[in-house]
Design a protein around this ligand. Sequence first.
Ligand SMILES: Cc1ncc(COP(=O)(O)O)c(C=O)c1O
Length: 440
Amino acid sequence: MDSNRVQVLYQQAKKLIPGGTQLLSKRPEMFAPQRWPGYYREAHGCEVVDLDGRQYIDMSIMGVGSCLLGYNDPDVTAAVVRRIEAGSMCTLNSPEEIELAELLIELHPWARNVRYARTGGEAMAVAVRIARAKTGRDLVAFCGYHGWHDWYLAANLVSGESDPLAGHLLPGLEPGGVPSQLAGTALPFGYNDIDQLAAIVREHGTKLAAVVMEPTRAVHPRPGFLEGVRELCDRAGAVLVLDEITVGWRLALGGAHLLYGVEPDMAVFAKAIGNGHPMAAIIGRADTMQAAQDSFISSTYWTEGVGPTAALATIRKMQQVDVPGHTAVIGTALREGLLEIAARHGVALTCSGHPALNTIAFDHPDTLVLQTLLTVRMLERGILAGANFYVSLAHTQQHVERYLSAADEIFAELSEAIRTGDAARRLGTPVRHAGFARLA
Ligand SMILES: Cc1ncc(COP(=O)(O)O)c(C=O)c1O
């Protein structure tokens, strides 16, 4: 097969669409420039057919974390098709909104009210707006990544070379277009660093609207950390917003905060809640959520029927099947197998993050070159693989075995490339990007 429409199309995309794709993490440059197949024809389970008809198993980020049950899950698809055939948009509202609200409140007894959106970033913007409306305050303390909106990117409105957001998942996020008057309104602190948050509360407590964070991303909270955050919020009168957009449903049904026993004022879900169909939910205590009535928060497509239908089917399936158990077993098998292979070939490798959200890094100055070479060689063997592996229900031990048997061959070459220092020459393609960058 010598057709290369995927590459031709991406060159065309870059002329028509500034930045090439709608999501940074889907840029081929984030994996292997000029090699990664940017466009797909079909996706089922964890199997993908690209636009040129090449077949892959997806051992990478599974729709950037949106398809926890696997692509085109038959139960979710059946429910969505029924909704589409009955008309998914209308002047009247979708009754699934109420059913979903009841289900979310049943799963989260601390919450009483629900609002919806369709993407993670906008749902976080809704949560921050509600927190500001509730408190009448402007400042937000946060850690982690929460999307592209002004409230968040304001953290990078600083003079000079500094990049306060770099330590929060993505480096180089340019805040062009964010009003300069927002400088100083988003205050970063480190995960598991209660002293840093305490210092923010000491200095700005009376102006603090919210503390926004993921309950966990890569590591578990230190004993007392989340409880300490809760206490600081209570003392300052700030709203605690937990972002479950990526970690939610992977470690525990209903979200990681339930695992840790911490009760926020709001929690936000997106991505996996719709298993590939746009859906987001902001849930919270009644006294907090009622502030949504003091601010205009409203959008046409937040009312369509596919999102809540998909979420209902997804959550009901997750109530039947132990997704956290499955993803932990598969993620651990891949991690242990890969570490064993790397050690056997004398390649220094680290696997970090929860097993369901594996991150792979080479302990080598040329880690990006080696990651790119790994991706290129995996592609040659019919495997989509990068620095992250987000496990889904569709991944089986057979997929892990296929990945590991490919890795065994590839690590023999990586070991040789490290020894001779010629990894970049073997690559024959530019090195992957590590974060946000302007495309040529
Ligand atoms: C924790 C977290 N919050 C918010 C977002 C933004 O969600 P979206 O890309 O749907 O706007 C993401 C996306 O990666 C995320 O991981």
